[in-house]
Design a protein around this ligand. Structure first.
Ligand code: GLY
Length: 330
């Protein structure tokens, strides 16, 4: 707790130094850092998540609609997919790495900028809940591999084999060729990233995945990296990503999108710019998918992707819908 306060104060001081430096060098008033995007009637509560995860948004909505907070809603929402063995890209039943081990990545972030993350963790069904424990019970943000797993056991999580009959068979089949390639919109990257605003207007987010199927052992994608796979700023909004994590990390995608919204872009415009920045670094490349999803403080949402096919699910008092998004390539 003390260290968190110290870090918070240090970053405030650092921000103060930057502002002071800007004042000295330009001799002008600094611009306000937050665009005023609030309206008198924001949409709340509301939850959105990457892809068409009906049951997960339903669970999160149950929490929000009964007065629960955004942090509980996103945790309990994504846990539905972590426990679902038929979802072969998240939690139990996720596809393994090249050595046959299922390694999970997840993170969570609250309205105060607190965050927690676990990377490359084995044998625990709910990495998002371990990430929350990292956030709430330790002075750290990220725990990795065996350390994360040991911490999870200390916190009462139980050991479980994450490989299922189905993913074991698929892995044995894959071993015959050991070919490593991603399949757009199919099975390699449908990470669940979820963003929610509760009745108080506070925002939280969570992101969880088993990562790229048959990845090199030890590989970590964007999903557990705060700023890449997920970012929340309670004054502005939140963003999350799905797809080939390496490309999202290179542009710190979710942070970028939140900052673009801070500068006045709508969630839709910000997601479009996020994908365009990635495509600029990958001119002509068509062999990967990225989908961004964003929400602003008003509860306005938007999404954009590289190839058609990415959708996001939204649940508010206006209804439960799966939204198709436009894409960089037709
Ligand atoms: N976006 C998930 C991953 O790249 O691992």
């Amino acid at each position: 707790m003390e260290r968190r306060k110290f870090l918070k104060n240090s970053s405030l001081s650092a921000a103060g130094l930057v502002s002071a430096a800007a004042l000295t060098s330009c001799n002008t008033e600094p611009k306000p850092i937050n665009a005023d995007i609030s309206t008198p009637n924001p949409i709340k509560p509301i939850v959105v998540c990457t892809w068409n995860f009906f049951n997960a948004t339903n669970k999160a909505w149950e929490v929000l609609n009964s007065g629960g907070n955004a942090l509980d809603a996103v945790e309990q929402g994504v846990m539905v997919e972590e426990a679902d063995e038929t979802n072969e890209t998240v939690g139990k039943g996720g596809r393994p790495d090249r050595d046959g081990n299922v390694t999970l990545d997840a993170c969570i972030m609250d309205k105060d900028g607190n965050c927690g993350s676990v990377v490359c963790m084995q044998n625990i069904v709910h990495p998002v809940s371990v990430a929350r424990k990292v956030m709430e019970e330790t002075p750290h943000i990220i725990l990795a591999g065996k350390g994360a797993e040991k911490f999870a056991y200390e916190q009462g999580f139980k050991k479980e084999d994450l490989l299922t009959e189905s993913t074991r068979k698929q892995y044995e089949e894959w071993l015959k060729t050991s070919k490593y390639e991603t399949t757009i919109n199919i099975e390699n990257h449908d990470t669940i990233g979820m963003l929610a605003i509760d009745e108080n207007g506070d925002i939280a987010g969570a992101c969880t995945t088993s990562g790229m199927a048959y990845k090199v052992a030890g590989r970590v994608g964007d999903s557990p990296i705060i700023g890449a796979g997920l970012f929340v700023d309670n004054e502005v909004g939140g963003a999350t990503a799905t797809g080939v994590g390496e490309e999202v990390i290179r542009t710190v995608g979710s942070f970028l999108i939140v900052e673009l919204m801070r500068q006045g872009k709508s969630p839709q415009e910000a997601c479009e710019e996020g994908v365009k920045r990635i495509m600029k670094k990958n001119e002509g490349r068509k062999d990967f998918q990225i989908g961004f999803l964003a929400i602003n403080k008003n509860g306005e949402t938007g999404g954009y992707c590289v190839h058609p096919g990415f959708t996001y699910r939204e649940y508010s008092e206006n209804g439960h819908v799966n939204r198709e998004v436009t894409s960089f390539y037709e």
